[in-house]
Design a protein around this ligand. Structure first.
Ligand SMILES: NC(=O)c1ccc[n+]([C@@H]2O[C@H](COP(=O)([O-])OP(=O)(O)OC[C@H]3O[C@@H](n4cnc5c(N)ncnc54)[C@H](OP(=O)(O)O)[C@@H]3O)[C@@H](O)[C@H]2O)c1
Length: 261
């Protein structure tokens, strides 16, 4: 899709990947709606960006927040692209998570992006060649110990994205999915970064992920899974899940040690 002069909404714009994506998109000449809950962080980001961009202070998990986002977009010329990037994680065994946190993860990573798409599709239909991008994860394709709730949210997001893409196939709205692997941002706690290091899991920079998103948006593909060997593991898990199960089952004791750090 054409990014120059397009109007793009980014949730999670204040985050590690979100701010890198915002910078990469402004270099392509896009005009942004930057969504987040922290005004100060978004103001500092907007000051760093080329061009004039709109800040929208909103909690995507509230009806008021989502209505505010839609109102701001429709009264400021509509949108060409929605990037659902806001997300949270908890590196913990399922039985140790609180009910509230389980609900928060599913709401932030799955239900709210769905409800936002639901409200924004009519707006996207007002223009030609518009798009939605949902940011998933390697853990949206591989169930991993100590990420059970996060995996459920990202598996759900991947399923939602695939079905919505097919449902909108007779419209001019494209639906993209980008699945990063571990990326160096504040999303990852020290314990999680230490686990990644101990397990030899490579970590990408947010800037590299942002560039991969630009490549996806300007290509004729609709999804991209980032990182090698993660891409291969995703294929193996789809074809031979027992192989991946056996490998990860052996790692449970070491994963447990890191969650207890
Ligand atoms: N980092 C990784 O290793 C990694 C790997 C694969 C996929 N991902 C995915 O990439 C996306 C971005 O992750 P990141 O690493 O950039 O995380 P991050 O630095 O922690 O940023 C998370 C962003 O989400 C926003 N957010 C969270 N809850 C919100 C809510 N209720 N309403 C509005 N905004 C909310 C935060 O905004 P506030 O300022 O309002 O808190 C923040 O901007 C997530 O969907 C994550 O699952 C990340």
């Amino acid at each position: 899709m054409k990014l120059h002069n397009s109007k793009i909404l980014i949730t999670g714009a204040s985050g590690g990947i979100g701010s890198a994506v915002a910078k990469a998109l402004t270099q392509q000449g896009a005009n942004l709606f930057l969504v987040g809950r922290n005004e100060q962080t978004l103001n500092s980001l907007a000051e760093e960006l080329l061009g004039n961009h709109k800040i929208i202070i909103a909690d995507i998990n509230t009806i008021e927040g989502r209505e505010h986002i839609v109102k701001q977009c429709s009264s400021n010329g509509g949108i060409d692209l929605v990037i659902n990037l806001a997300g949270i994680i908890d590196f913990q065994f399922f039985e140790k998570q609180s009910e509230k946190f389980i609900q928060d993860i599913l709401t932030t990573n799955l239900i709210s992006p769905m409800l936002l798409c639901h409200k924004l599709i009519p707006l996207l239909k007002l223009k030609e060649n518009t798009a939605i991008v949902n940011i998933g994860s390697t853990f949206g394709s591989i169930g991993h110990p100590a990420f059970t709730t996060y995996c459920a949210s990202k598996f759900g997001l991947r399923g939602f994205t695939e079905a919505l893409r097919r449902e909108l196939a007779d419209t001019s709205i494209k639906v993209f999915y980008l699945a990063p692997r571990a990326t160096s941002t504040n999303l990852n706690s020290n314990a999680l970064s230490s686990l990644n290091e101990a397990m030899g899991i490579k970590t990408d920079s947010a800037e590299w992920v942002a560039n991969e998103l630009i490549i996806l948006l300007t290509s004729d593909k609709h999804q991209r899974y980032l990182g090698w060997p993660e891409k291969l593991f995703i294929r193996i898990n789809a074809l031979f899940p027992s192989l991946v199960h056996n490998a990860l089952a052996k790692k449970v004791p070491i994963i447990r040690q890191f969650t207890e750090q």
